[in-house]
Design a protein around this ligand. Structure first.
Ligand SMILES: *Cc1c(COP(=O)(O)O)cnc(C)c1O
Length: 433
């Protein structure tokens, strides 16, 4: 048998074979070379996630553009992988515009969404020719003024609030009527916004957008949203003669965070949307709009592993805590959303016990994995959290004066440092006294 690669080791962790030598040797190698806590991303998984989505949709939607929501993970090395695969950038701030340009995308490939954009953000979008995904009538007027002042036309779409509940966590449910995002179809708010945009000579209407939430498991919410959006697109054509370049149905595809669970397979979603789409396109006639999608989590979450080292193990009268050298400062999702990340104890093969994996931050809520059946590790062993590639490092902070972790990209048996570990100097670098 040929020796196992780093990629094989990561696959062993993913498929619950953390006791196998492939897993131990990969994790020890990575930890001794780069230290812990460490974010590790498997290039092959990013590529296969992207290609699976593209293949599922490209066969059914001839005009297709796939964006990547940079906020899920903005490391330039990952952006380079996704850009090479053909993804365009979806950004939510001026900082992410800078990130996208730095990664080599052209300004006019960028789609800029945010419910609260400042004047400098609008001006930058105008300057570089990005599509400004407008969230309010107020923003529309500001964009028109900004473009007129620059002697340009600003390309816009409107973010629509379709009033659909995709049955995900409340905090990441963005298309429900009470959410802060978008212009409501209800009450004619979205219609009035398109009507107004038509009157503004410095505004070029290019598309329509929605994004109804994140970690969505079912197709129902997407299909209901597509029906509403496409009926509205037909109304815009009929009443205003508007032909849009694109209809963006957002991101939000779920990935599995539990063993045995399935996320939302792109082929299932594509098959559910296809009949609704082709019916609307036939009715629209003319040059039909392209379908745009913009997942973040789906492309990068499963590629990511957070490698931590056990500091100590403690049994109280109530529980056993495994104290590791990362916490909610490193991986916020468990504390913020009660999110579940699978935890693997590397190399241990004892009988499973009920354990809590606790972080090293001084907060009671700093539990990375609660009440899991795991073999008991010892100090110095490694605990690895799976599916940490999205909203992991991106949400990390230096709370408790802990420098940011390093990030590594694995390609087969090669590991490349893609962000050096933070230093204590970094913590004070910006202080001026
Ligand atoms: C966050 C976000 C996405 C990506 O969401 P995922 O759940 O990571 O796929 C897409 N579009 C917008 C507007 C977003 O804010």
């Amino acid at each position: 048998m040929s020796p196992s690669t780093l990629h094989d080791g990561l696959e062993a962790l993913r498929t619950d074979r953390a006791h196998e030598p492939a897993a131990s040797s990969a994790v020890s190698r990575l930890a001794s070379e780069f230290g812990t806590p460490l974010y590790v991303y498997d290039r092959e998984t990013i590529v296969s996630q992207f290609r699976s989505l593209r293949a599922a949709f490209a066969s059914r939607f001839p005009k297709l553009r796939i964006h990547y929501a940079l906020k899920a993970n903005g490391n330039g090395a990952l952006l380079a992988v996704l850009r090479a695969e053909g993804a365009a950038p979806e950004v939510v701030s001026l900082g992410e515009i800078v990130m996208a340009l730095r990664a080599g995308w052209a300004g006019d490939e960028i789609l800029f969404t945010s419910s609260s954009k400042g004047p400098e953000e609008i001006a930058k979008a105008v300057e570089i020719g990005a599509v400004l995904n407008v969230d309010s009538r107020d923003e529309l007027e500001q964009a028109a003024t900004s473009a007129a002042a620059a002697g340009k036309r600003v390309r816009i779409s409107f973010r629509i609030n379709p009033g659909v509940d995709p049955h995900t966590l409340h905090h990441i449910n963005t298309g429900i009527p009470e959410a802060k995002f978008g212009l409501h179809l209800d009450g004619g708010l979205a219609r009035a916004a398109y009507a107004r945009a038509r009157e503004l000579p410095s505004v070029a209407i290019t598309g329509i957008h929605c994004h109804i939430g994140s970690q969505i498991m079912e197709t129902d919410g997407y299909v209901a949203t597509a029906r509403k959006m496409l009926a509205f697109v037909r109304e815009l054509k009929r009443d205003f003669g508007l032909s849009l370049e694109f209809v963006d149905l957002g991101g939000g595809l779920a990935v599995p965070y539990h063993d045995g669970e399935e996320g939302l397979a792109p082929a299932v979603l594509a098959a559910a949307l296809a009949p609704v789409w082709s019916e609307a396109m036939a009715a629209l006639g003319g040059d039909p709009p392209a379908l745009w999608l913009e997942p973040g989590r789906f492309f990068v979450a499963p590629s990511g592993f957070l490698v931590t080292r056990v500091n100590s193990v403690k049994t109280t009268t109530v529980k056993t805590f495994v104290n590791v050298n990362a916490g909610s400062n490193t991986l916020l999702r468990p504390a913020m959303y009660a999110a579940h990340h699978r935890a693997r104890v590397v190399g241990a093969s004892g009988a499973p016990e009920i354990l809590d994996v606790a972080g090293d931050v001084c907060e009671t809520g700093d539990i990375l994995a609660a009440e899991r059946r795991l073999p008991r590790p010892r100090a110095g062993d490694f605990v690895v959290f799976l599916d940490a590639g999205a909203y992991g490092f991106a949400m990390a902070s230096t709370y408790n004066a802990r420098p940011l972790p390093a990030e590594v990209l694995v390609d087969g048996d090669t590991a490349t440092l893609i962000r050096r570990r933070g230093t204590f100097e970094d913590l004070f670098r910006d202080e001026t006294k």
